[in-house]
Design a binder for this molecule. Structure first.
Ligand SMILES: *[C@@H]1O[C@H](CO)[C@@H](O)[C@H](O)[C@H]1NC(C)=O
Ligand SMILES: *[C@@H]1O[C@H](CO)[C@@H](O)[C@H](O)[C@H]1NC(C)=O
Ligand SMILES: *[C@@H]1O[C@H](CO)[C@@H](O)[C@H](O)[C@H]1NC(C)=O
Ligand SMILES: *[C@@H]1O[C@H](CO)[C@@H](O)[C@H](O)[C@H]1NC(C)=O
Ligand SMILES: *[C@@H]1O[C@H](CO)[C@@H](O)[C@H](O)[C@H]1NC(C)=O
Ligand SMILES: *[C@@H]1O[C@H](CO)[C@@H](O)[C@H](O)[C@H]1NC(C)=O
Ligand SMILES: *[C@@H]1O[C@H](CO)[C@@H](O)[C@H](O)[C@H]1NC(C)=O
Ligand SMILES: *[C@@H]1O[C@H](CO)[C@@H](O)[C@H](O)[C@H]1NC(C)=O
Ligand SMILES: *[C@@H]1O[C@H](CO)[C@@H](O)[C@H](O)[C@H]1NC(C)=O
Length: 456
C-alpha cells in the first residue's frame, strides 16, 4: 500500500510539472490525477483488469475517478482569488473536480462567466465568499430584465455538480441590506440593484447539495432557462446584525423558464419567499422543506409583464413546514392596468404543517400592492386550475381574524378544480376558523364563505 501511494504522488507531481511547462499553474494551486489514471488499480494488480467503473446519475465519472484541482485560499476578505477559481474550473471542465478545502476561505471579487461547463464537479468544503464592494458589483454584473435582477456569476452548461459537506457560499449581504434599506425592489424607480447569490442560465442537469447558502444580498437562487435542477440538503439563511436594515427580497428559490425543479431536505430561514417558482416553470417537486419567517411557498407571482403569457404547471409539494410567516401555501398572480396573462395548473400541496402564519392558505389575484378598486377595474387574467390542498394543519397568527384560508379568484380569470381536504388550521382569534372562497367554480370540498361575510 505504501509503495503504491508513493508511486501515485510521484506520477501526480510529474503530471503537474509537465503541465506547468505549457500552462503555468497559479501560485499555491495543484492538480492531482485520479488513482485509476495515475497508477494501476488494485483490481488490475490482482489481475482483474476489466473492472467496470461506477458512473454518476448522468453517466459521468464519480468523484474518486476525477482529476482534482485545488487553488490557494484567500489571506483575508479582500484577497480576491476569482482568477484562480476560473482557472481551476477551466482545468477541471470535461470530467474533473475543483476542490475548495475545509477550513479555508476563498474570496470572489470579480464577476464570473461560468456558462461553458460540461461535466464538472465543484466540491465546496470551505467557504466561498463574495466581496461587498457595492460600487464594483453595481458596475460589473450579469443583468436580467426579469425584475431587474443582477448577479455576481452565471453557471451554465451541462452536467454540473456543486456540493459539499456543510460548505458555505456567502453573499456577504449586510452592506447591501444597509444600502438598500427603505427601498423596494418592485418600485419602478429603484436603481439600487443587488446581486443574486446563485444563478444558472442555459443549464441542463445541475445538482447542488450539502451547502449553506448564506446572507444573499437579494434572491438566494435564481434558475433561468434551465432543465433538471436539483437542490438537496441545503440550508439557506439571511441574518442581519443591524436592526434598522433587515435582509430584503432574500427569497430561497426563484425560477424562470425552467423545466424540472426539485428541492428536497432543505431549510430556509429568510424574511421573504421560501420557494416561489416564477413564469414558465414546469415539473416541480418539493419534499421535506422547512421554512421559517418567510412569505411562504408560492406558485408565482406570474402575469407581471404586459402582453406576456406566463404559466406554472405540474407541481408536487409534500411535507412542508412553514413557521412564523406572512403566508403559507400561496398562489399569486398580478392584476392592474399593464400586466400579462397565463395560467397556473395542476398543483398539489400535501402534508403541510403551518404555525403562527398570517395567511396560511392563499389564492391572491391582486398582486402586487394594488388596492381593491384597481384590482376590480383591472382584474388578473391568470387562470388557476386543478389545485389540491391536502392535509394542511396547524395555526394562523390571528392577524386575519378567524380567516385561515383565502381563495379569491379574479373576475377576469377562471379558477376551477380547486380542492381542499383534511384542513385543520386554528386561529387564536377564535373558532370556528373561516375559509373564504369567492368566484371559484365548483365545490372546493370544504365549507366556505364569501369575503364579505368573513372577519377582516
Ligand atoms: C446553451 O448551451 C448550449 C450548450 O450547453 C449551447 O450550445 C447553446 O448555444 C447555449 N444557448 C444559448 C442561448 O446561450
Ligand atoms: C444600519 O442600517 C442603517 C439603515 O441602512 C444605516 O443607516 C446604518 O449606518 C447601519 N448601521 C451600521 C452600524 O452599519
Ligand atoms: C418531513 O420534513 C421534516 C423536515 O422539515 C423531516 O424532519 C421529516 O422527517 C419529514 N417527514 C417525512 C415523513 O419524511
Ligand atoms: C425563526 O424565525 C424567527 C424570526 O422570524 C427567529 O426569531 C427564530 O429564531 C427562528 N427559528 C429558528 C429555529 O431558526
Ligand atoms: C413564457 O413562455 C411563453 C411561451 O409559451 C413566452 O411567450 C413568454 O415570453 C414566457 N414568459 C417569460 C416571462 O419568459
Ligand atoms: C400533474 O402533475 C403531476 C406531478 O406533480 C404529474 O405526475 C401529472 O402527470 C400531472 N397531470 C397532468 C394531467 O399533467
Ligand atoms: C383562461 O380561461 C378562459 C376560460 O376558460 C379561456 O378562454 C382562456 O383562454 C384561458 N386563458 C389562458 C391563458 O389559458
Ligand atoms: C387605488 O390605487 C389607485 C392607483 O394607485 C389610486 O389612483 C386610487 O386612488 C386608489 N384608491 C383607493 C380607494 O385607495
Ligand atoms: C385539529 O387540530 C387540533 C390541534 O391543533 C386537534 O386538537 C383537533 O383534534 C384537530 N381536529 C381534527 C378534526 O383533526
Amino acid at each position: 500500500m505504501k509503495s503504491l501511494s508513493l508511486l501515485l504522488s510521484l506520477t501526480a507531481s510529474l503530471a503537474l510539472t509537465s503541465a506547468s511547462v505549457l500552462d503555468p499553474i497559479p501560485a499555491g494551486a495543484s492538480i492531482t490525477l485520479p488513482r485509476s489514471v495515475s497508477g494501476p488499480s488494485r483490481f488490475s494488480l490482482l489481475g482483474r483488469g476489466n473492472h467496470k467503473k461506477k458512473k454518476d446519475n448522468w453517466g459521468n465519472a464519480v468523484e474518486k475517478d476525477r482529476k482534482e484541482v485545488k487553488i490557494r485560499a484567500s489571506k483575508n476578505d479582500q484577497d480576491d482569488i476569482s482568477d484562480d477559481f476560473l482557472w481551476a474550473i477551466k482545468k477541471a471542465n470535461h470530467g474533473g473536480l475543483v476542490h475548495l478545502e475545509k477550513g479555508k476561505k476563498y474570496v470572489i471579487g470579480k464577476k464570473l462567466d461560468l456558462t461553458f461547463l460540461k461535466d464538472v464537479y465543484v466540491k465546496i468544503d470551505g467557504e466561498l465568499k463574495f466581496t461587498n464592494d457595492i460600487e464594483y458589483w453595481q458596475k460589473n454584473n450579469f443583468y436580467y430584465d426579469f425584475q431587474k435582477s443582477i448577479t455576481f456569476w452565471v453557471w451554465g452548461g451541462k452536467d454540473i455538480k456543486i456540493y459539499g459537506n456543510g460548505g458555505v457560499i456567502n453573499g456577504n449581504g449586510q452592506a447591501w441590506w444597509d444600502g438598500f434599506s427603505g427601498a423596494e425592489i418592485l418600485d419602478p424607480n429603484n436603481v439600487f440593484y443587488r446581486p443574486i447569490l446563485f444563478l444558472t442560465d442555459n443549464a441542463t442537469n445541475i445538482e447542488i447539495t450539502g451547502l449553506h447558502l448564506k446572507d444573499s444580498p437579494c434572491w438566494t437562487t435564481f434558475l433561468v432557462r434551465t432543465k433538471n435542477v436539483v437542490f438537496d440538503d441545503i440550508y439557506i439563511d439571511a441574518v442581519s446584525t443591524n436592526v434598522s436594515s433587515l435582509p430584503k427580497n432574500t427569497d430561497g428559490f426563484d425560477s424562470l423558464n425552467v423545466d424540472g425543479l426539485t428541492v428536497t431536505n432543505t431549510r430556509v430561514n429568510v424574511g421573504d419567499d421560501c420557494f416561489s417558482p416564477k413564469p414558465n416553470t414546469t415539473n416541480i417537486f418539493v419534499k421535506n422543506l422547512w421554512c421559517n419567517g418567510t412569505h411562504g411557498v408560492s406558485m408565482g407571482s406570474i402575469g407581471q409583464y404586459p402582453g406576456v403569457k406566463d404559466y406554472i404547471s405540474n407541481a408536487w409539494l409534500e411535507n412542508i413546514t412553514l413557521l412564523n410567516g406572512q403566508n403559507g401555501a400561496r398562489l399569486k398572480a398580478w392584476a392592474g392596468p399593464d400586466v400579462g396573462y397565463g395560467y397556473i395548473d395542476n398543483i398539489t400541496y400535501k402534508d403541510i404543517h403551518i404555525e403562527n402564519t398570517d395567511a396560511p392558505v392563499v389564492l391572491d389575484q391582486c398582486y402586487f400592492n394594488i388596492n381593491e378598486t384597481t384590482c376590480a377595474a383591472y382584474p388578473s387574467k391568470v387562470n388557476i386550475t386543478n389545485v389540491n390542498f391536502l392535509n394542511v394543519h396547524g395555526t394562523s397568527s390571528g392577524k386575519n381574524g378567524r380567516v385561515v384560508a383565502d381563495l379569491t379568484c379574479s373576475p377576469g380569470a377562471t379558477c376551477s378544480g380547486i380542492h381542499l381536504e383534511g384542513i385543520n388550521i386554528t386561529s387564536p382569534a377564535g373558532s370556528p376558523s373561516q375559509i373564504v372562497c369567492d368566484n371559484i367554480q365548483g365545490d372546493i370540498g370544504v365549507e366556505c364563505i364569501s369575503a364579505s361575510e368573513a372577519d377582516d
